[in-house]
Write a protein that binds this ligand. Sequence first.
Ligand SMILES: NC(=O)c1ccc[n+]([C@@H]2O[C@H](COP(=O)([O-])OP(=O)(O)OC[C@H]3O[C@@H](n4cnc5c(N)ncnc54)[C@H](OP(=O)(O)O)[C@@H]3O)[C@@H](O)[C@H]2O)c1
Length: 270
Amino acid sequence: MYNTQEVADELVRIDRNVRPLEGEPKRALITGSTAGAGQLVAAYLLKRGHTVVAHARDAQRAADVRRDLPQLAEVVIGDLRHLDQTRALVEQINALGEFDVIIHNAAEYRSSGPELLNANSLSPYLLTALVTPPKQLSYLSSNQHLDGGLSLEEVRSGGGISYPDSKLHMAMIAMAVARLRPKCRANAVNPGWIPTWMALLDGPYSRDDLRAGYMTQVWLAEGVEPGSDITGEYLFHQQLETRINDLVHDESAQDQLLAAYAEQSGVTLT
Ligand SMILES: NC(=O)c1ccc[n+]([C@@H]2O[C@H](COP(=O)([O-])OP(=O)(O)OC[C@H]3O[C@@H](n4cnc5c(N)ncnc54)[C@H](OP(=O)(O)O)[C@@H]3O)[C@@H](O)[C@H]2O)c1
């Protein structure tokens, strides 16, 4: 079991109701697309006629998502808790050629220590730095980023950070990329508290709309609707998020975080 009934129902609705987009199809890669919001974005983009590459943590989950979404062009494999696997994933992705869109969606919730740092913070950084830059990038953050901190010493030493720290880091990477790579559009997204398996770990009380929680990623990926060709923004349900940690847009803090990643990994983001 890896999806809630709400996600399973939404996958059926997408399959039955979503029609192809008229216009240029995109090539999209979504990390953590074997379940939840990532799988819904993958399913939606496929039905719209885009080419989608999924990402799974291991061969079993890759087989699961191939069964669930048989139209996938490819499934790349790597457990983001292990940086050697993330680096191997970079090779797999770059071998597939340039993407229009990459959505950094995968995240661990109940992990801790170096595993959470690697999966939720260092791996998205490494993938950003080492994968051929796409035209558009989205980074899944969370309301919990408001309680996050930089935790620079933990990043430098490969120690443990909290989930809120990691969701702050995702938003800060997005803003740094938007600033350092003017040819890319990069944004952070808070999907809301939506009824995926991750939210179920906190109890069956998620309060936000599942569809609104993944359609921002679709809207940004397609980039055809008015207002969707934005960069350097933190979004909630296709609107600018109003409650943002001050560190997100602090360029000096972004540079300190990037320097800590570079010190830890030996890889510099340019
Ligand atoms: N649900 C919410 O209320 C909520 C709120 C705020 C932010 N978010 C963010 O939204 C994004 C999507 O979350 P979700 O709710 O859709 O969660 P989910 O249902 O738990 O899905 C998470 C996805 O990430 C993959 N993943 C996790 N750790 C991985 C690893 N180490 N290596 C490779 N893949 C890994 C999972 O693979 P498996 O299927 O193999 O586990 C799954 O495909 C996350 O970034 C999350 O932080 C969610």
